[in-house]
Design a protein around this ligand. Structure first.
Ligand SMILES: [Zn+2]
Length: 386
């Protein structure tokens, strides 16, 4: 059956060994070129018994126009396109003209081929093998770079995949926004991204898991974040050195830096962590140590209905969120102040939990005390892992 089909194919079409072998790609092992050569050889032995002329390889294949002979030249073009880029793994994709794909389909239909492989798949594989051999790089389904090759115009396009780094940051001073804000020289994001952009030679995008206000410090084990470095020219970077550079700023510190996949980065960003806060509460009308203890007792395990705070109503959808306070502890300071240490669900606004935000947060410390309470200072002590 194979020889019969092959003979029909070669009598009707001028095919090279690649394109002949590819008609039977799903049968046996080896490359399509080896397969085609073996089939042609066997077929020509049969034909010599029948005293028919041998069908040799044509000067030009009518299907692929000898495109496989261009592989060494394209390998050189790929090396040139990537010579200043650091990468270990790659993938090859190719753009073949529509008329070649159509012609291949027509031959399959004409001969009833069900064991064929599309030309671009063979081409990508063979070009990938040749490039790997020439450079020592490996192919991967999650590659550092992707080459898109147009085999007939010799055009090579290089896509550089991003690098993702996970870490946690500590904001050691008040008065620094998380992301750039008019009127502030630096932000957490700009201090962190400056170091990453320089080392990786790419564009750095910072994403924090939630945020704290400008006047709030972020202490303890830090707030999780991810940076995405787009089109990095460097990848083999010592993250300890980056951490040292950021920590030298004295404003922002980072810890636990590690390389992650795109999916791991997404998981970090969508996880809702519980948080531990320390708030300094001001009560103008006066507060006793017993009042403070009582508020903490009532807050523990309390469900809070919080409508989007007045101050952020333009930036966030206006809705009521139900969040829980898991732990609350009070420490009386003086007749107008006490400290509250809180562990709450992520996404609960603490300043509004204390003030009540004109009734938008219920119940609040103001409600529980029966006196106007105000958050005078706030620190995030810890962002807790589950
Ligand atoms: Zn061919």
């Amino acid at each position: 059956m194979i020889l019969e089909t092959a003979e029909k194919a070669l009598e009707g079409h001028k095919l090279c060994n690649h394109c002949l072998g590819r008609l039977f790609a799903k049968l046996g092992k080896g490359t399509n070129e080896e397969r085609g050569r073996a089939i042609r050889f066997t077929l020509n032995m049969e034909r010599s018994i029948q005293e028919l002329p041998a069908i040799g390889e044509p000067d030009e294949c009518e299907l692929c126009h000898n495109v496989f002979e261009k592989i060494p030249k394209l390998v050189e073009a790929m090396k040139k396109a990537s010579e200043k880029i650091e990468f270990e793994t790659f993938l090859v994709g190719s753009r073949f003209p529509e008329d070649i794909k159509k012609r291949e389909k027509a031959i399959w239909e004409e001969l009833g081929i069900e064991t064929g492989e599309p030309i671009n798949r063979e081409f990508n594989r063979e070009l990938g093998k040749a490039f790997g051999k020439a450079t020592g790089k490996d192919t991967s389904n999650n590659p550092d770079v992707v080459f898109i090759v147009e085999p007939f115009s010799d055009r090579v396009e290089l896509q550089i995949n991003p690098v993702y780094v996970y870490g946690r940051y500590r904001k050691l001073m008040r008065g620094i926004p998380q992301t750039p804000l008019p009127g502030f020289e630096d932000s957490v994001a700009s201090v962190i991204c400056r170091a990453f952009s320089r080392a990786f030679e790419g564009k750095c995008v910072f994403k924090g898991v939630g945020r704290e206000d400008v006047d709030v410090r972020m202490l303890g084990n830090g707030r999780p974040f991810v940076v995405e470095i787009k089109k990095p020219r460097r990848r083999k970077i010592d993250l300890n050195e980056i951490a040292r550079e950021i920590n030298a700023s004295g404003k922002v510190g980072v810890l636990n830096l590690s390389f992650v996949s795109a999916r791991e980065a997404e998981e970090v960003l969508t996880k809702n962590h519980r948080k531990e806060y320390l708030a300094l509460v001001l009560v103008e009308e006066g507060v006793t140590s017993e009042d403070a203890e009582e508020v903490a007792r009532k807050l523990t395990d309390l469900e809070i209905h919080q409508r989007t705070p007045w101050r952020v109503r333009k930036a966030r959808a206006d809705k009521v969120r139900v969040k829980k306070v898991h732990e609350a502890e009070a420490r009386w300071i003086d007749e107008k102040h006490f400290e509250l240490r809180l562990v709450t669900d992520g996404g609960l606004y603490i300043k509004e939990l204390i003030s009540g935000d004109h009734g938008r947060t219920r119940p609040s410390v103001t409600d529980l005390l029966g006196k106007r309470a105000w958050c005078e200072r706030l620190d995030v002590l810890n962002i807790l892992d589950d």
